[in-house]
Design a protein around this ligand. Structure first.
Ligand code: ZN
Length: 295
């Protein structure tokens, strides 16, 4: 059996699965927004499962950010109380066993590659388009972290061939760069561009609602959104050439994306044929926690 933990900013979820991926137990608790509280929450979840189901050897944790290869400390986490902390070492000391930690977007990609939408494919690129934008590369069911621990982090490449208009309405990214994919294709990025262009105060759901009602501004914005997504993903196809791209996160629930993205991608990819398919995730919100268990 395997335990997976999804350490989120507001909740921490644990799952127990068997070797075939069948869910046996699941529990969710609130994440304390301090380091000691976060550690104690994870310990409590693991000890609770083990007291009911026996000792589990395989434990994986999906988390925001990564454990740096250089320092063994957490970096790039938006749950900022984790940054610069020896999370892996502290958990292993208190639980007295080895634990695998991995970026949450990588866990999502792994889950979809093992027994989700990408289970029949060799090279899977998992994409999170939600509050933030992340990604993960999985080849032959194995996460490719890369030597800087940033494999798949396509959210912070710049939107290719930005037009004057796209530069005008873009926001500075929290990473310090200008024009990152995240500022265009995250939920908040999408609505922020719409609002500054049309002087509105819509969230992404309201824009989709407007699209369904035939509001031209919303139709234009969603068309542009799919184009932005295709331009960003064309870089992935041109370099990694995955068999399948699986989308997750809140924005992945927009069906219009799947009806139009392939035609857009074909325009930008350096190939006369385009066999890469773009699909919605299979496991829904459970992708992260299941992927952590598969670590
Ligand atoms: Zn950025």
């Amino acid at each position: 059996m395997k335990i997976g933990i999804d350490l989120g900013g507001s909740k921490t979820e644990a799952i127990l699965i068997d070797n075939k991926g069948k869910e046996i137990f699941r529990k969710r608790i609130k994440t304390e927004n301090n380091y000691q509280g976060t550690i104690e929450g994870i310990e409590l979840l693991i000890k609770g499962i083990e007291s009911n189901f026996g000792v589990v050897k395989s434990i994986g944790i999906g988390m925001p950010g990564v454990v740096s290869n250089d320092t063994s400390l957490v970096k790039n986490a938006n749950s900022i109380w984790l940054n610069n902390k020896p999370l892996k070492k502290d958990l292993e000391t208190s639980l007295n066993k080895e634990i695998n930690l991995e970026n949450d977007a990588n866990c999502f990609a792994l889950s979809e590659a093992v027994d989700g939408a990408g289970k029949n494919y060799h090279v899977v690129f998992g994409v999170i388009i939600g509050t933030g934008v992340g990604g993960g590369v999985v080849i032959n069911k194995k996460v490719i972290q890369g030597c800087n621990n940033i494999g798949g982090e396509w959210g912070h490449i710049s939107l290719p061939n930005r037009t004057k208009d796209e530069k005008k309405y873009s926001n500075k990214c929290y990473c310090g760069h200008e024009g990152c994919m995240e500022t265009y294709v995250s939920g908040p990025g999408f609505s922020s561009i719409f609002n500054s262009k049309y002087n509105e105060n819509f969230d992404s759901y309201q824009i989709i609602e407007g699209f369904n009602k035939g509001d031209n501004r919303c139709i234009e914005s969603l068309k542009a959104y799919v184009d932005h997504l295709a331009r960003g993903l064309s870089i992935i196809v041109n370099t990694l050439d995955p068999n399948i791209i699986v989308l997750g996160g809140g924005m992945s629930n927009i069906n219009y994306i799947y009806d139009n993205i392939s035609d857009q991608l074909k325009k930008y990819v350096f190939s006369d044929t385009m066999h890469t398919i773009v699909v919605k995730n299979f496991h829904g919100d459970s992708g992260g926690v299941r992927g952590a268990a598969w670590l």
